[in-house]
Design a protein around this ligand. Structure first.
Ligand code: BGC
Length: 773
């Protein structure tokens, strides 16, 4: 008896199992017999054989061509030509080896939902999570896990088996176009949250990446720039975030970045790939390139790249014929090719994708349940930045409310680029980038169809709720005069491939807010931004709620927070500067090169029939020296003595909390203890944060987040919290000794509400430690 792929799949599902139970023992026997027959002559298909052995068995049967074909892949849309009926058009596709039972890799973006950028799968929708920054702002790994699990379930149901998720680059610059896809500026927060999200994805029996390795900290010139930083400083910052995410999430793959790091392209960087990732961190999975990130065959293969992705975006298919030639000549040993293949196969078997492949045709998805996952993440990550005179929460007894701007009548903003999801709630607005470059035509300014206005109106059935689009500040101010509450929705769109040139709200929104606030001090500004923004009107408004890009049910989530149905539980995962000049680089490096190339391209006549794509857009290379070293974000502000607009970790609650009993335990396994009490009159969320004070890169004391805990407490309720501290967070990376070094002695720690708060202090009596890299 032969079992179809679908039948085998079904056996893993709940329906499949109960069907088996009804059939009883006899059916089990039949099943075992069928499986045995299917495995005849193909012992690696027997799940009882240990994974390492299965890999060796199948590797031994593969031809050179088959091995080569597994280490380079197409841009996903190529599948449309070869298999027009296949619905699994995503970012990438790598053909498997059907004769040996090795499935194709169907790859989709990623962290915010099953992406459908450029609507490559017309009509296909997916649940859109809020921006990863919102997830980070929840300071709750359970929220990150739940989001990852939701996306992984949808990806699997749509037939994808690799999610290009796990964006973990640190926010070094406040204008990075992709800040919304990452998890903020702190290595511990980023590592913990990325690890949880990856675990969630992979618990569906599909694979996830961790990306972009490393230092892809800006979008301008990302294909050509050289990120420069001392190795030790990189270990203590961006790499530490990746290392923690890797340990906790165990991603099957790591995606190397576009940019160079200290002179070598990330995807052919021996130090990054061979030495740090594979040797020091014992990474068992495979390194895939970013799409268009490969520049060589021999150098990349020897440096540790295992798979070339989206090969149509490279200047040639480096891991196709040229790799075969290099193997023939011995410039790349065949053992290295075997290592690449072994790493890919190893993860396929380990993740169960050979035994329980993703389905060939789309399966039903519980979008209602998944929408709630997105809504919970948006609520948990909404940050109440200011609440003067307790303007919020809003009462349902209000009689006249004015809602202004941000297209709040139709939906909520999302970020642009490869992560773009076509939401279940719809896409009421899809607008081209004004004056956008021709090669980015597929990126659209997209709103998800969850209207904050509708959600607000639903809570105020007896009230007069007026909406104005905000185009006319004087009319908005006139409407706001005398209203019980005014809500201005302000937006800042960010996208992959383009950085912001200014942190000011665009399109006259600052003037609009100033005019409205002058007319009515009970004005709340709801921000839908993909990162930091300047607020020249801050002192004039009553409240500011940072809702980020709030996802598929963003309108509902915002209304629930505004009306206090849930607390505003988020805290800032990155610093909001008071002025652009406060950042380590007051301007986007290389912007002049980007603009010069764009002007040159615009003037050039298009070559008809040109076959190769130059994704660099002709931008000339440049260096970005990361002068702040490991002192990213709040550590930079602390060491420079700068007062930002809002510090990392800031966020208010509708309730009040007391911290006491703060004690610290040193030695080799440091930890802290304290008690949190809700002293207010409503349930609320607190996020106590523990910072160690250790010398920064310039020797001056700088804070590092070493522990945090989100707690939800009823009025009057107390909780005792004990948190372990990872000693690497207070160590220096000693490049000479190739180890983390803690020089024993007292280390001050602060229990605070944000990175700038004085808080309570204690001292860790640390043992001298030397820890492996
Ligand atoms: C992005 C990656 C993405 C890939 C595939 C690249 O341009 O940098 O994050 O996974 O495209 O869409």
């Amino acid at each position: 008896m032969k079992w179809s792929r679908e039948q085998r799949m079904d056996m893993g599902t709940r329906t499949g199992r109960s069907w088996l139970r009804r059939g009883g023992v006899c059916l089990w026997a039949l099943l075992a017999a069928g499986a045995a027959q299917a495995q005849e002559g193909r012992p690696w298909l027997d799940p009882a054989v240990p994974t390492a052995q299965r890999v060796e068995l199948v590797l031994g049967r593969m031809t050179l061509d088959e091995k080569i074909s597994l280490v380079h892949g197409n841009f996903g849309s190529v599948l449309r030509k070869t298999r027009p009926d296949d619905k699994r058009i995503g970012a990438g596709h790598v053909p498997g080896v059907p004769r040996l039972g090795i499935p194709d890799l169907y790859e989709s973006d990623a962290s915010l939902g099953v992406a459908n950028g450029g609507t490559m799968r017309p009509g296909d929708v997916a649940t859109a999570l809020p921006a990863s920054l919102a997830t980070a702002a929840s300071f709750d790994p359970a929220i990150a896990y739940e989001g990852g699990a939701m996306i992984g379930a949808e990806a699997r149901a749509k037939g994808f088996n690799v999610l290009l998720a796990g964006g973990a680059n640190l926010t070094r610059d406040p204008w990075n176009g992709r800040d919304f896809e990452y998890l903020g500026e702190d290595p511990w927060l980023t590592g913990v949250m990325a690890g949880a999200a990856i675990r969630g994805v992979q618990d569906n029996g599909i694979m996830s990446t961790l990306k972009h390795f490393a230092l892809n900290a800006q979008e301008s010139g990302r294909y050509v720039l050289d990120a420069q930083i001392a190795q030790g400083a990189l270990r203590e910052s961006d790499l530490l975030a990746f290392q923690i995410a890797l340990e906790r999430g165990q991603p099957d793959s790591v995606m190397c970045a576009y940019n160079k790091v200290n002179g070598d392209w990330s995807c052919e960087n021996d130090w990054l790939l061979n030495q740090v990732l594979k040797r020091d961190w014992s990474f068992p999975g495979w390194v895939m390139s970013d799409w268009g990130g490969v520049h060589s065959t021999v150098k990349a293969a020897l440096a540790g790249l295992d798979q070339e992705s989206g090969q149509e975006l490279d200047q040639e298919v480096y891991f196709g014929e040229p790799l075969q030639t290099a193997i023939g000549k011995g410039t790349v040993p065949e053992a290295r090719l075997d290592d690449m293949v072994r790493r890919i196969l190893g993860r396929l078997f380990h993740r169960g994708l050979v035994d329980r492949p993703a389905p060939d045709s789309p399966q039903p998805i519980d979008y209602a349940a998944h929408g709630l996952v997105a809504r919970r993440a948006a609520e948990a990550g909404a940050v109440l930045l200011r609440n003067e005179g307790r303007v919020l929460p809003l009462s349902t007894a209000l009689k006249r409310v004015v809602v202004i701007g941000g297209h709040a009548d139709v939906g909520v903003l999302s970020g642009g680029g490869s992560s773009q999801v076509q939401a279940v709630s719809g896409s009421p607005l899809r607008m081209p980038i004004p004056n956008g470059p021709a090669n980015l035509g597929f990126i659209k300014i997209t709103y998800h169809g969850s209207s904050p206005l509708a959600a607000i109106k639903a809570r105020l059935p007896g009230a007069q709720v007026t909406f104005l689009d905000g185009a006319d500040p004087a009319a908005a101010a006139a409407a706001a005069t005398g209203a019980d509450a005014v809500l201005v929705f302000a937006t800042q769109w960010r996208t992959e491939a383009i950085d912001l040139e200014s942190l000011a709200l665009p399109e006259g929104q600052d003037a609009l807010i100033a005019a409205v606030a002058a007319a009515n001090p009970r004005t709340t500004v709801v921000l839908e931004t993909g990162g930091a923004v300047l607020m020249p009107w801050l002192g004039k408004v009553g409240a500011v709620l940072e809702a980020w890009y709030p996802g598929d049910q963003g309108g509902e989530a915002i209304a629930r927070v505004l009306f206090g149905e849930v607390d505003a539980g988020g805290r800032l995962p990155l610093t909001f500067p008071a002025r652009e000049e406060q950042a380590p680089r007051p301007q986007v490096p290389g912007l002049a090169n980007v603009k010069a190339a764009a002007a040159e391209q615009a003037a050039k006549p298009r070559t008809p029939g040109a076959t190769t794509v130059d994704i660099t857009g002709g931008v000339k290379g440049f260096d970005v020296p990361y002068v702040e070293g490991a002192d990213v974000g709040y550590r930079w502000y602390g060491r420079q003595g700068l007062k930002p607009l809002f510090p990392f970790g800031h966020g208010l609650s509708y309730s009040r909390f007391r911290h006491d009993g703060f004690t610290a335990q040193g030695g080799a396994r440091p930890s802290v203890r304290f008690t949190v009490t809700n002293t207010g009159d409503r349930p609320g969320v607190d996020v106590p944060q523990v910072y160690a004070v250790v010398p920064g890169a310039d020797g001056r004391p700088a804070r590092r987040l070493v522990a945090f805990q989100r707690v939800e407490l009823a009025p009057g309720q107390s909780v005792a919290v004990t948190l372990p501290i990872d000693p690497r967070l207070i160590a220096r990376y000693d490049s000479g000794a190739a180890a983390w070094a803690v020089s024993g002695g007292p280390v001050p720690v602060v229990l605070a509400r944000d990175a700038g708060d004085t808080g309570l202090t204690a001292t860790l009596a640390m043992s001298a430690l030397s820890l492996k890299p």
